[in-house]
Structures are given as C-alpha cells and as structure tokens.
Design a protein around this ligand. Structure first.
Ligand code: NAD
Length: 512
C-alpha cells in the first residue's frame, strides 16, 4: 500500500513541523486526510509556543468518520469487512502497526513531549515501548482467545466473541499515545473498527499514528481520527446512533455527559476516570521505600490518574517518613522535559496551572500548611512561558476538605496521619473519598498488609510498589473512578458481543 503523502520539508498546507517531525493537522477518515473549515491552535506546555493549527471537527466530520468505520466493519454486500477478517490477518496487521511504532519511536517521543510536556526520557524508555507492546499484546491475545465448551444435559455450550461494531474512543491529554493505544489495540484486535478523538490539548501523535496504521496496511475506515473540541467533535461522536461502543478516559464531569449521550442509544460505555488514591505508610514499613514511592507521585507533574496523592502515615513514623520525603523532594529538578536531568516538567496548560493553584490557595486559606511548594513556578529561565507548578506537600488538612476530597491532577500531595495500630481509621481515611482507582500500601508485615489491602476500595492495590502494570491484569476503578475494566480478556469482552451457541445432540441428518 502506498505511504501517505510525504511532507518532509517546508510547510505544505495542513502540515506542521513539530520537533523536526512533519505532522498532518487534518482528520484521518476512511483512509484519507480530511480538512475542516475551521482550525484551532495547539500550544506547547514547555514554553507556550504555538505548534500547529489543527482541524476543528464538527458533527459533519463525526458523521463521516462513523460512516467510514461502519462500512469498514461490515465491508459491504460480500461482508468482507474488518469484522470478518480472519483473526490471524488482524493480528498480523497489528504487529505491523507495532513495528511502525518502533520504527518511528524517536519521532513519536519528541512530538509527544513537545505536545504534552511529559519527560522525553520517559517517552523514549517507558511509553513508546509500551505503546508498541499494547498492539503486540492484544494481537497475540486475540489468537489465544478461547473458552472451554461445557455441557448442559448433553447440549454443548460454545462461547464466542463477536465484534461489536464501530467504537468511539475518547482520550485525555496526560498520556495520549499510551492511553489511546491501550484502547485502539484491543478494539481492532476484537474486530471492531475505531474512531479516535484525542484531546484538543494533545492532538499530534494521533495523527502520526494514523500514518503508521496506513503504512502498516490497515484497510481504509478501520481506524479513523477526528480532531476537535470535546463538546463539539466529541459530543457529536458519542451521540451518533451507529456507534456500538464508547470507551472514555478522562474526567468525571465529562463522563456524566457521555453517559447521558450514550443512554439515548443504549451504547455500552467503558469509563476510566479520576482518582484520589491513598498511599498508606504503616509503622513497620521500609521508610526509605515509602519516601521513594511518595516522591514518585510527582511524576508527569502529578498528572497521572493513578497518582497516590493522599499520604496517610501511622503517627509514630510521621516525622521519620517526612524527613526522608523532604530529602528526596529537595533533589528533584523541575525544568524542560527534553532535558535528561529533569524530573518534573510543565503542567499541560495555563488554565490547568490556574486550576491547580486554585485548589492549593483554597486549602491554605482553610488552614493547610505548605511544607514545600504551594505556588506556580516561573519554570526554567531558558524556556520562559511554560506552565510550571512547584512540587507541593500540604499538611494540616481535614479529611472532609476539598483538597483531600477532589482530584487536583497536579504536583500536589497531602499528608495525614492515623493513630498507631488503628487499622479501622487507616481504612476509613483511605476509602473516604468518592473515588476508588488505586491504593498503595507500604508495610513490613505481610499479614497486616493483606488484612488492610483486602479492605481497600480500589481497582488496583500496590503493596510495597507502584505503577507495576501487566496488560493481562484488569485495570479500572471503583465508585466514581470508572465503570468496567480494561486489559486481558476484559478488553475483548468490552469490544465484542459475547455469544453462547447451544447445540443439541439430536436433529442431525446423519443422526451422529
Ligand atoms: P476531560 O474529561 O476534560 O477530557 C477528556 C476527553 O474528553 C478529551 O478528548 C475531551 O475533548 C473529551 N470531551 C470533553 N467533553 C466531551 C463531551 N461532552 N463529549 C465527548 N467528549 C468530550 O479530561 P482531561 O482533562 O483531558 O483529562 C484529565 C482527567 O482524565 C483526569 O480526571 C484524570 O484522572 C483522568 N484520567 C483517567 C485515567 C484512568 O485510566 N482512570 C487515565 C488518565 C487520565
């Protein structure tokens, strides 16, 4: 299949050069680039520079993309579409996409960092290998999908996974490629077709991924990208009657809107939402490990849904823990995310910095103490104009206060204590928000850790570790942190309609 129109130099229409990489700024619909009458400007969080004018999708592009995905799913009168493509062929194409990601990993990493401000070294070493792995993992998992047949009074039950149809995938800005590929790969593996709507704050790598899928040989319409604002392009996609699945990662208020849109056509939704996860430090914990894990919560400038932002320490070790934490926090370098030495980069957007600062100012006004940070930062002197916020730790906070209850999504941690030996209180504090995405427990005693861990309301509990994630494990949140699980066969369950075929032993022409 022919590669997409190259645009290596200059500024052809609809191409922006970001970090030296040409990026098409249009939608990708039915295997072709589609412009919109209007565009919006995408800025870099590193220094505020405009990166690209991106096609601003509306209901028209949403309709075109869903129509393309629908046609590619069924494949017309001969039913030769993606749904009927043999699993081995689908898997081979997904492996080719993974190879394309590997081949362009440096470019993808550079563009992602320019667009969302996360560390270049994390993109290079952690994220991009993981993105490629997402495609390979679900390709291989597809080929291994099976359920043992079982018997009901001599009748055979055979369970199969039938592809559901066009899936709309809506993703946030904090980890654009990582989170979108985690949805795209299982959806395509399952035989569903895809319309991706990336965040308007980070639209660029989705466009590069469209090129990669094309180069890999994915048929037109199987994977589509509609750019644009959430309440415009996103709302039009989620309200479309021909969509069969909606998978959304983002905030709780948006989930309410999407759920309402999906309800009109009874479209199943998968939601990965916000968090306010606890980090419990028990008195017998390895306090160096606890401090390491606590400081890790500043990664990606705290813009990680899973971040354990509420540190809950058993009273007798509070000071010993805090000293270790402050030692480590003092060594963190905040600055340009392209610099190898940087530990904390910028926040995504000036509006987001204002939002983070609003939470902190209200907490301080309510009596909290900023042990470190507590204000925006000018950022690196050689890159003015960026959106930086100081790593912050607040003490003297009440369980019922806004800063403890609401997701800040910035480099802001709180510290509370619970009385020695009072496991009930530890669990009450840990579970005492409307969220339930994850929990981290640092403990020296296995039995105590198991006892407390079993009582935590969370989709994932990490014990003496953080952010260890296997694609075979279920991932998702309890309460307002989400609906459903991604990963392993749970992803296939979501993007398919499961079917049970019950076959009787009688009625066969051969009487066999
Ligand atoms: P957001 O909800 O503002 O936006 C997410 C996406 O939804 C964007 O693409 C946006 O354009 C789109 N959108 C907005 N309004 C829409 C509408 N009416 N209809 C359809 N689409 C719409 O979230 P954000 O600020 O981009 O991301 C931060 C949030 O994401 C945080 O709450 C964070 O915890 C959450 N998050 C969760 C996970 C997880 O796995 N649980 C992972 C990463 C981020």
């Amino acid at each position: 299949m022919a590669p997409p129109t190259p645009a290596p130099t200059g500024h052809p229409p609809h191409t922006a050069t970001v970090a030296g990489v040409p990026v098409d700024t249009r939608h990708w619909i039915d295997g072709t680039r589609v412009a919109s009458p209007a565009t919006f400007t995408d800025h870099s969080p590193i220094d505020g520079t405009p990166l690209a004018g991106i096609a601003r999708g509306t209901a028209a592009e949403a309709r075109a993309a869903v129509a393309a995905a629908d046609a590619a799913f069924t494949g017309g009168s001969d039913r030769s579409g993606w749904a009927a493509t043999p699993p081995a062929e689908r898997a081979a194409l997904l492996h080719a996409v993974a190879d394309g990601v590997d081949a362009r990993a440096e470019e993808l990493a550079a563009v992602e960092t320019a667009d969302n401000g996360a560390l270049l070294r994390s993109h290079r070493r952690g994220v991009l290998p993981r993105v490629a792995h997402n495609f390979r993992y679900f390709a291989d998992r597809l080929l291994a999908l099976s359920h043992d047949d079982f018997d009901t009074r001599g009748h055979t039950n055979h369970v199969s996974w039938d592809p559901a149809g066009p899936a709309v995938l809506i993703t946030p800005w904090n980890a654009p490629l990582m989170l979108s590929s985690w949805k795209i790969a299982p959806a395509l593996a399952a035989g569903s077709t895809v319309v991706l709507k990336p965040s308007e704050w980070t639209p660029l790598t989705a466009s590069l991924l469209a090129d990669i899928t094309h180069e890999a040989g994915l048929p037109p319409g199987v994977f589509n990208v509609v750019q644009g604002y959430g309440d415009e392009a996103g709302a039009a996609l989620t309200a479309h009657p021909d969509v069969r699945r909606i998978s959304f990662t983002g905030s709780v208020p948006t989930a309410h809107r999407i759920a309402a849109a999906a309800a009109a056509h009874l479209v199943p939704c998968g939601f990965e939402l916000g968090g306010k996860s606890p980090l419990l430090v028990l008195a017998d914990a390895d306090l160096d490990l606890a401090a390491d894990l606590a400081v890790e919560q500043y990664d990606n400038a705290g813009q990680i849904c899973l971040a354990a932002t509420r540190i809950l320490v058993e009273e007798s070790v509070r000071d010993a823990f805090l000293g270790r934490f402050l030692d480590r926090a003092a060594k963190l370098t905040q600055g340009d995310p392209r610099d190898e030495a940087t530990d904390i980069g910028p926040s995504i957007h000036p509006r987001h910095v204002e939002r983070v600062d609003g939470f902190v100012r209200r907490a301080l006004a309510a009596g909290a103490t900023a042990v470190i940070g507590g204000a925006p930062s000018p950022g690196p002197t050689d890159a003015p104009g960026g959106n930086y916020y100081l790593p912050t730790l607040l003490t003297d906070v009440d369980q019922d206060s806004e800063i403890v209850q609401e997701e800040v999504f910035g480099p802001v941690l709180t510290l509370q204590t619970f009385p020695d030996g009072d496991e009930d209180e530890a669990v009450r504090l840990a579970n005492g928000t409307r969220f339930g995405l994850a929990a981290t427990l640092v403990a020296g005693d296995r039995e105590r850790a198991a006892r407390i861990g079993a009582r935590l309301v969370a989709g994932t509990v990490w014990v003496n570790c953080f952010y260890v994630r296997d694609l075979s494990a279920p991932f998702g949140g309890a309460r307002h942190s989400g609906i459903g699980r991604e990963g392993g066969d749970w992803s296939f369950d979501f993007y398919c309609d499961l079917k049970n075929t019950v076959t009787a032993p009688k009625g066969w022409a051969d009487h066999g």
